[in-house]
Design a protein around this ligand. Structure first.
Ligand code: GUN
Length: 286
């Protein structure tokens, strides 16, 4: 069994990005800028945003967080997004999800300029992903693909079972795998007999936030496991969706959780923001 070490790879990517940022600053005086919208007091969301901000600092990006109260109106958030769309110091806009119930999330995601949509959640970029065209790809599944590539795992022709069908993880994960010529099944909460599907998988990619959902009896020998889930146990420990100790014994490769996909998500946010900044720098110089 070999660990798919997202922490190690994310550090390597950050160093490469920091180098590129230096070059960009020298060549055109441009500093990549990320704006984050955080609404309410959810501790997990606040922690994620804090990690994203620290990562921006490490690679030399400019970043700003619009920290808004739970009671904020739809119109106020919309005004903020419109301002960031027009702000030339901002290359990427990220709306931390989930948002409070009274907020129309879809409307906000559609308001983000697709060229600043570093989360890849705008339908324009979703459409480009599904049609295998260049665009912005959601950070978590993009990070998974980078991690597999780093360990020379080619998904072409492999049976991949994605567990979870969210817009943020499962659906874009399936699209990326399909674009890379994998055979893809997507299982979800209404799937009857999950084990029947996972037992047939060369690669299981699970991101639903259910502790110990994937157990050793559900996978075949030498399976590759990508654990995208993050949950907190009653004791306060962070764990994934996979029974790591037992399943790792049957796996050829497995991500730890934490320390696998999580750091890759942040690295891909930096990578997407740099991509946006480079496109904007070219436009400015044109
Ligand atoms: N909430 C959970 N995951 C994500 C993510 O990747 N991006 C944003 N914006 N919100 C999230």
């Amino acid at each position: 069994m070999q660990l798919l070490d997202g922490r190690k790879l994310s550090k390597k990517i950050e160093l490469q990005i920091a180098e590129e940022v230096k070059g960009l600053k020298e060549s055109c005086g441009c500093t990549p800028g990320l704006a984050v919208v955080l609404v309410g007091q959810d501790p997990a969301s606040a922690a994620y945003v804090n990690m994203k901000k620290k990562a921006c600092d490490r690679v030399g990006f400019y970043s700003i967080t619009h920290d808004m109260p739970e009671s904020i109106s739809q119109e106020s958030i919309e005004q903020t997004i419109i301002r960031m769309n027009e702000d030339s110091s901002i290359d990427g806009i990220l709306i931390q999800l989930p948002l409070p119930e009274h907020i129309d999330t879809t409307k906000l995601l559609e308001l983000v300029d697709p060229s600043k949509d570093v989360d890849g959640f705008h339908p324009f970029n979703v459409g480009r992903l599904v049609t295998n065209l260049d665009g912005f790809v959601p950070c978590t599944p993009l990070g998974v693909m980078e991690l597999l590539k780093e360990y020379d795992i080619d998904v072409k022709g492999k049976n991949c079972v994605v567990v979870g069908a969210s817009n943020i993880v499962g659906k874009p994960m399936a699209a990326l795998l399909l674009n890379a010529d994998a055979t893809v099944e997507v299982c979800h909460i209404f799937t009857d007999d999950l084990k029947k599907h996972t037992l047939n998988a060369d690669i299981v990619l699970c991101g639903v936030g259910v502790i110990n959902l994937i157990t050793e009896d559900m996978v075949k020998d030498d399976v590759i496991i990508v654990d995208i889930g993050v949950s907190r146990t009653k004791e306060g420990k962070l764990v994934g969706d996979v029974d790591f100790d037992a399943v790792s014994k049957k796996s050829s490769f497995i991500t730890p959780s934490p320390g696998g996909v999580g750091p890759m998500t942040i690295a891909m946010l930096l990578s997407n923001t740099l991509k946006a900044a480079k496109i904007n720098a070219k436009k400015k110089n044109a």
